[in-house]
Design a binder for this molecule. Sequence first.
Ligand SMILES: C[S@@+](CC[C@H](N)C(=O)[O-])C[C@H]1O[C@@H](n2cnc3c(N)ncnc32)[C@H](O)[C@@H]1O
Length: 226
Amino acid sequence: MSQERWSEVDVFIEERLLDPDPLLDEVLAASAQAGLPAIALTPAHARYMHLLARVHGARSILELGTLGGYSTIWLGRALPSDGRLVSLELNPRYAELASANIERAGLAGLIKIIVGPALDSLRALIAEGTDPFDFIFIDADKENTPEYFQSALELSRPGTVIVTDNVVRDGAIVDADSQDPRAQGMRRFHELLGADRLGPRRVSATTIQTVGAKGYDGFTLALVER
Ligand SMILES: C[S@@+](CC[C@H](N)C(=O)[O-])C[C@H]1O[C@@H](n2cnc3c(N)ncnc32)[C@H](O)[C@@H]1O
């Protein structure tokens, strides 16, 4: 199977299952115009995240990696009117554009973007004694994913769902000697999850491989048990 076919199938799915959404089209266009990299979730994947948050009845969401706010808006739309979403972004320029996009989506009252390295922002949230989140989406720099996951656990409660994106990396996670620090990050992430199985289990997790317009990758779904 080819990338071309995977992309065609994503278009097929979008045309049949996703409603036209001029606002989200504008968000993507504004992001492209501002020179942001085209690394947001695909529409089908973003809708999957939205549905997962709704299925879970999430009232509070933490996101790592805002970019232009595309996934943030999809997740924000899954919240009830008194919900809250905190999104962490390193790049102030991206965060500024995301804020404008979120405002345009009418979600500014629910969503707060914290600018800075996610590790620092997570430390600050933990130190402040922030209430645990119901749903956490890890989609920032891939190298630090194991550290992000450990911090996410500190911001969780039993029942919190943690989704981590881009964990398969074209299959490179099986290459022990991969020179790609992002693939190594995802190997360490899986080793961390594997080690958790050996002690008093903190999470139950699985990884699903995916193909689509963004190639061959995958995500990990983890349920916090205690
Ligand atoms: C894959 S993109 C996020 C895509 C977004 N979730 C979406 O689907 O629309 C990753 C984002 O993480 C941000 N990032 C990279 N390193 C970071 C760090 N150390 N702390 C916080 N954000 C970081 C990047 O600037 C980028 O915006």
